[in-house]
Design a binder for this molecule. Structure first.
Ligand code: AMP
Length: 516
């Protein structure tokens, strides 16, 4: 079943209901959103020859047109490739090439040229491009058709997540995966209500955008903030104007919202639900958030390879009133969502008894079909139908999972994953650098910050500002180290492997701040 069917249906059931707002201005009703999505899909097909299975990239900030583009691609059975707008255009260029995208949507249609010129057969289209605008204004309602049929296992969304090998991998997410993710949300996380206002304060290329589907299904209103990003004061304002606000927020965003509320005296009026996840939420932070906003919080634990859907804590579980071991449960990520099985296993994939720490593995209808054109990585990650998450945790006797650590050394800063290897590759390519190792150090606001340990070559000591400029030219600025620590040598074990645990301990001591 084509997931765009849900929009087609809502367009007929609730044609006049507001579908998209930019701030509090109405951008489209459900009737208009469905019609425009179909019309843009026709434009892609007629003027660009897009066929089912072709990849179409979207490299724009959150904007009111985002859902139209996304559904236009799905409507004609093509595959959407949303790219985090914060990525460097060089990184986006790599993803576009790897996905062999036919088209890429950008804000102004002028992002890729020079060294990042698009490969033959790939075209860039701006949101206000003449063809796109004409396709909507001249489309005839007589031609309006339902979304094309697609197999349940057809890829809907190619989700690029970085790998520890340094290059991003395309997670093949199918129509079935996303339908089950959306259905499980309503069973396990929170109801989706027609009167909800779903706010996109986090990038629509990731979890926040993935969670549009259940709200399109019920005909709720999607709200893109005017800031096109995360601004706590703006959220307070929108919540009070619109009411019924529901949004996904990384724990560090929740922390910033609560800090703002403590300054303004706001107490969560107009917010219905905050879905937190994507990184660890500390119990003290959760308790503070509950004290300020009340019972508005639900939690999800997922990863690109099983989007938004491994475990969850609904409102009652987060509150935990009357439940045994309430404090321990608040530190957990909840119980398996209804469409998946979750186990904690040893290296031989044997289930461990309650309380023992091992790798978290998942099986079920939300688990990806595999990595795009990367059979080796797929085989390493999907074992006998089980997705190996790379996360370590333990499950208690009642089924609550607590994550203890990440087996991969992913740094999560401000809710965004940063892969050390990618940063290391960038720094290592500087001629004066002999060795480098990158780790995450705890940071009160961002969760973690990137710290680089650098050993210079004998002849080549340069200022860390120069390394910072070097990074700026190669990787997105949010991935750049916030601190550089210059050392004589990196600590290593007898196999020559760098001991990152030792570096984490050192990170708090010898520090030279970067220019930011
Ligand atoms: P991504 O694939 O970018 O969505 O990152 C997924 C990773 O984020 C997971 O494998 C976990 O390590 C981490 N993560 C996601 N949700 C949670 C959560 N609720 N609590 C702690 N860590 C989480």
């Amino acid at each position: 079943m084509n997931l765009a069917t849900w929009l087609h249906q809502s367009g007929r059931v609730r044609p006049d209901a507001p579908a998209i707002r930019f701030g509090d201005d109405l951008h489209a009703t459900y009737g208009a959103l469905a019609f425009r999505s179909w019309a843009i899909g026709e434009f892609l097909r007629a003027e660009h020859g897009v066929e089912p299975g072709d990849r179409i990239a979207i490299f724009v900030k959150n904007c009111p047109e985002y859902l139209e583009l996304l559904y236009a691609v799905l409507w004609i059975g093509a595959v959407v490739v949303p790219i985090n707008h914060k990525l460097h255009r060089r990184e986006a260029h790599w993803i576009i090439g790897n996905a062999e995208a036919r088209l890429v949507f950008t804000a102004g249609g002028d992002v890729f040229d020079g060294a990042e010129a698009l490969p033959d057969g790939c075209t860039e289209i701006g949101l206000a491009s003449e063809g796109l605008v004409r396709s909507v204004s001249q489309a005839s309602p007589d031609g309006y058709r339902a979304p094309v049929d697609v197999a349940d296992d057809a890829v809907a969304w190619l989700f690029y997540t970085s790998g520890t090998t340094g290059r991003p991998k395309g997670v093949m997410t199918t129509h079935r995966n996303l339908r089950m993710m959306a259905t499980s949300y309503t069973l396990d996380v929170d109801p989706a209500l027609p009167e909800d206002h779903v706010l996109y304060a986090a990038p629509m290329s990731h979890g926040a955008g993935l969670y549009n589907f259940q709200f399109v299904r019920v005909g709720a209103c999607h709200v893109v903030p005017r800031s096109q990003g995360f601004d706590p004061a703006e959220i307070e304002d929108l919540a009070q104007r619109l009411g019924g606000l529901v949004f996904f927020a990384a724990p560090t965003m929740v922390k910033r919202l609560i800090a703002q509320a403590n300054r303004s005296g706001y107490r969560g009026q107009g917010i219905r639900t905050v879905i937190y996840g994507g990184g660890p939420m500390y119990v003290a932070d959760l308790e503070q958030a509950l004290a300020v906003f009340g019972p508005k919080f639900v939690q999800i634990y997922g990863q690109g390879e099983s989007p938004m859907t491994i475990t969850a804590m609904n409102r009652a579980m987060v509150l935990g009133d009357g439940m045994p071991g309430q404090a321990a449960r608040r530190a957990s990520v909840g119980v398996a969502q209804s469409c998946v099985e979750v186990r904690v296993v040893d290296e031989q994939m044997r289930s461990l008894p309650p309380g023992e720490v091992g790798e978290v593995v998942v099986r079920g209808d939300t688990v990806m079909a595999g990595y795009w054109r990367n059979d080796q990585a797929t085989a390493d990650t999907l074992r006998d139908g089980w997705l190996c998450t790379g996360d370590l945790g333990r499950i208690d006797a009642d089924g609550f999972l607590t994550l203890t650590d990440r087996s991969k050394d992913v740094i999560i800063s401000g809710g965004t994953n940063i892969y050390p290897r990618e940063v290391e590759e960038a720094i290592q390519s500087h001629p004066s650098v002999y060795e480098v190792s990158v780790i995450g150090a705890p940071h009160p606001e961002w969760g973690e910050e990137v710290v680089a340990f650098v050993v210079f070559a004998d002849a080549g000591h340069v200022a860390t500002e120069e390394l910072d400029d070097w990074c700026r030219r190669q990787i997105a600025s949010f991935k750049k180290p916030k601190r550089y620590v210059v050392v004589q040598a990196l600590p290593k074990n007898s196999y020559g492997k760098v001991l990152k645990t030792d570096l984490r301990e050192q990170a708090d001591q010898k520090a030279v701040p970067s220019r930011g």
